[in-house]
Design a protein around this ligand. Sequence first.
Ligand SMILES: O=P(O)(O)OC[C@H]1O[C@](O)(CO)[C@@H](O)[C@@H]1O
Length: 502
Amino acid sequence: MAAWLEPLHAQARRMGNATLRGLVDDDPARAGDFSLRVGPIHANFARQRMDREALGALLGVAGDMALPVAMRALFDGATVNVSEQRPALHTALRSGLGQGEIATRARGQARAAHERMADSIATLEASEVTDIVNVGIGGSDLGPRLSVDALKDWRTGRFRLHFVGNVDASEAGHVLDGLDPRRTAVVLVSKSFGTQETLLNGAILRDWLGSGDRMHAVSANVAAAVAFGIDPGRVLPMWDWVGGRYSLWSTVGFSIAAAIGMQGFDGFLGGAAEMDAHALESPVEANLPLRHALTAVWNRNILGLPTQAVLPYDQRLALFPAYLQQLVMESLGKSVRTDGSPVATATVPVLWGGAGTNAQHSFFQALHQGTDVVPADFIGVVHPAHGHSGSHAVLLANLLAQSEALANGCADGDPQKAYPGNRPSTVLLLDALTPRSLGALIALYEHSVYLQATMWGINAFDQWGVELGKRIAGDLLPAVSGKGEARDPVTRALLAEIHGHG
Ligand SMILES: O=P(O)(O)OC[C@H]1O[C@](O)(CO)[C@@H](O)[C@@H]1O
């Protein structure tokens, strides 16, 4: 076991069987004291299974591990992505807090690309284009897809936005169905410009458009985009210093900016910048991303909870769990430390979730009475963008009720009807769902992920685990197409079945 976890385990032992209900009842100030506010986000951690002393120990660990120093290193462009020898400067895309030459240069590149993106969007706005299709996958899809969906109340209405990610061509087919190629622009987003799915979908879209005039690209590999047939004037740059899953703040956010306008996009960046300043400058005891990260580590390593649920009580945030699955699980799904040695702690929890109240009618049964305790992040929005105050009151009442029910449980003489309770959750309340608050919310999770990775000694910015499957798929392609044999016997048997139906 990692030595830094020992005092935390000692805290858990001291707390013994303390329950959430007991913690709140015995400490009347806890409900308010265990909360933090940053700009448009209020966070309440009172229903996490730690008392003040345990929290103090966690904050002590944060200091001992020099987490504030690690945060400064991130902003200043230290080589935090060790296996690829790169910085991870997503903060330079939205705030001016990074010091030194590397961060300054990145900011300059980001500013210039941002201006070019604004010009491209202005040109499209002045054209006859009515629809824009974002073609990309993973980080080149999930962030833009989430943000365009979440900010639907902020859309200018100038364009309809569409997304094609899956190599399953039925997605492209269904998206293109009903679109007019003469009034549609395509933006091919791929940091590497080597992602098979995106290149195949890009080729489908290129053929469908019949002209390269409305084909745009975003890539760190400009030469490959040009070789693909995209006019160099329509290729917007990104860089190896920004990770794909951290890239929606860059030109990768083209579709977001097209949807909500450059002013809206700047508000989105501004919200993230607000969280950046807070993450970098606020003391450990008042630092929201740090508290979020310490809570995650406590739940994973001290309480041994293997999964984490994210439960947005806002239909506009329904894609947030899917977005976070990449951010969290691609970043933290590691078993070796940055030096290659095995980790001495459990790392990434399985992240899952869905929008309330719908999820209450699907998997909440397991949250309340299943044998695994699942910590949850509830995300609510105080002011809706619609006028149906009655519905919104019901939505918020359900959010509050679920967090309360999970924590307090309910005894019953009939064991089928008893709720064990003592199930932890955090409640995040956004004043309203705006570009600013969404930017701040995403940046909160980004920083939390980085801090968790720092505590575990792992690299949050590489993803070698996705390569093997890609390689095997490449090797298997001839066999799937009936031009070869698979080596693996199970795969061979499955191919026989597939071909038997051919
Ligand atoms: O933007 P690209 O280079 O097409 O990559 C898409 C995605 O593929 C991955 O490299 C691996 O799944 C992700 O990290 C990335 O966001």
